[in-house]
Design a protein. Structure first.
Length: 392
């Protein structure tokens, strides 16, 4: 039987009330814990960060995948359940990091069940199509208002207790999605001026949407930039076509009230450069407040080289940047609870000292409940001060 939005709004109110009672018994409120992490101070323990991109990942059946990505009330209900029932302390006030902007610019998006939305084909099939595109109005066009409304709902409910980041796509990734991966590589070689023109347009789209998100969120939006990560591109392409435009957006989206910038979701590929430390210092110089590192690079698997987590943290910490270590969805799906617990505690011992460190897990569909519990238990037990160095 379908559940109405009115019923879900009532449930959100009940979950908010339950949260208000529960935090009275906590040694540190989730908001305060997050503030310490992002100001590079040691809180009482690690922050619980669970991301999921389908309702079924946390056992919700009354919200479909399509509704999750199109209806802010139904999406927020899922995030509220994750916070109050599972203990997640970093709910996401966005759902689809890579097609919202392309869709509003004319792209056709499909919504497969139990999978992320996808663009059917590039928007800019011929270069002259760029001149036809108009910078969208975030308050009226496409699903942009959905993201804005999602943040407003959070402010009215769990926003007083829980930090919740919002997000928009970064300029290079938007350019790739609009033009197509193969097409833009051809353009970078044969018509680089067109690519720079496209990237300039993408910056304007990102900044306009990002500023609208700033009006309803206490932090600047995270920029989703997976397409600018190695090995999707070469270091040479990164320096010419990614670095200047991403930096432009980061600075333009510096929060007017706090002076803080957003995070950059650039979590892969540093190990593939000639000198990963030098490359990381370049990323840090872009002015970001947070940056991730993937499990693949911490372990040196999946075609990536191994990076010393402790050394990576030393560089980010020295630049005042919070480091987010990401547990891969396949680990949450297939590993044992004991291995997940060992992973969390080992990373914490290696990189937790001084604060400015988060371990986040992404929950795929069908992740075993015992693995989710193992992650949450390990986070609960990762208490400050850090006692000893751990294993990777």
């Amino acid at each position: 039987m379908a559940v109405s939005n009115r019923e879900l709004e009532y449930r959100i109110e009940m979950l908010t009330g339950k949260m208000a009672l529960e935090i009275k018994n906590q040694p540190l409120e989730p908001n305060e814990r997050n503030k310490k992490v992002w100001s590079l101070q040691e809180p009482d323990r690690l922050v619980k960060g669970l991301s999921f991109f389908d309702p079924s990942s946390i056992g919700i059946k009354e919200v479909s995948t399509h509704e999750y990505y199109t209806d802010p009330i139904r999406m927020y209900y899922c995030q509220a359940v994750g916070v109050v029932e599972l203990g997640n302390e970093v709910p996401l006030m966005y759902s689809d990091g890579y097609t919202i902007e392309a869709e509003v610019l004319g792209g056709e998006v499909i919504f497969p069940e139990k999978a992320a939305p996808a663009l059917k084909k590039p928007v800019i099939e011929k270069k002259r199509d760029l001149s036809k595109l108009i910078i969208p109005n975030p308050y009226n066009d496409g699903r942009m208002p959905y993201v804005i409304e999602l943040n407003k709902i959070h402010n009215q409910n769990l926003g007083n207790f829980i930090f919740a980041p919002t997000s928009c796509i970064g300029p290079f990734s938007l350019a790739v999605i609009l033009r197509g991966y193969q097409n833009i590589f051809f353009d970078m070689k044969n018509d680089p001026l067109f690519v720079h023109e496209l990237l300039d347009f993408c910056c304007k789209v990102v900044v306009k949407f990002g500023k609208a998100l700033q009006t309803v969120n206490k932090v600047s939006p995270t920029l989703q930039e997976a397409w600018s990560c190695l090995p999707n591109i070469s270091p040479q392409i990164f320096y010419e076509f990614c670095l200047p435009y991403i930096t432009r957006c980061i600075e333009a989206l510096r929060h007017p009230e706090t002076g803080k910038t957003g995070s950059l979701f650039y979590g892969w590929g540093s190990s593939l450069t000639k000198d990963w430390k030098e490359f990381l210092r370049t990323l840090c110089a872009m002015g970001i407040s947070g940056i991730p590192i993937s499990e693949e690079e911490i372990k040196g698997i999946g075609g990536y080289k191994k990076i010393d987590l402790g050394e990576f943290k030393e560089i980010t910490y020295s630049r005042g940047i919070t480091l987010m270590a990401l547990i891969h969805p396949s680990t949450m799906l297939r590993e044992t609870p004991e291995e997940i617990e060992r992973l969390v505690k080992g990373w914490f011992a290696k990189a937790g000292k001084g604060g400015g460190f988060v371990i986040s897990a992404s929950l795929p569909v069908d992740a075993p409940e015992k693995n989710v519990k193992a992650y949450l238990k390990a986070i609960d037990e990762s208490k400050y001060p850090v006692q000893e160095k751990g294993e990777e």
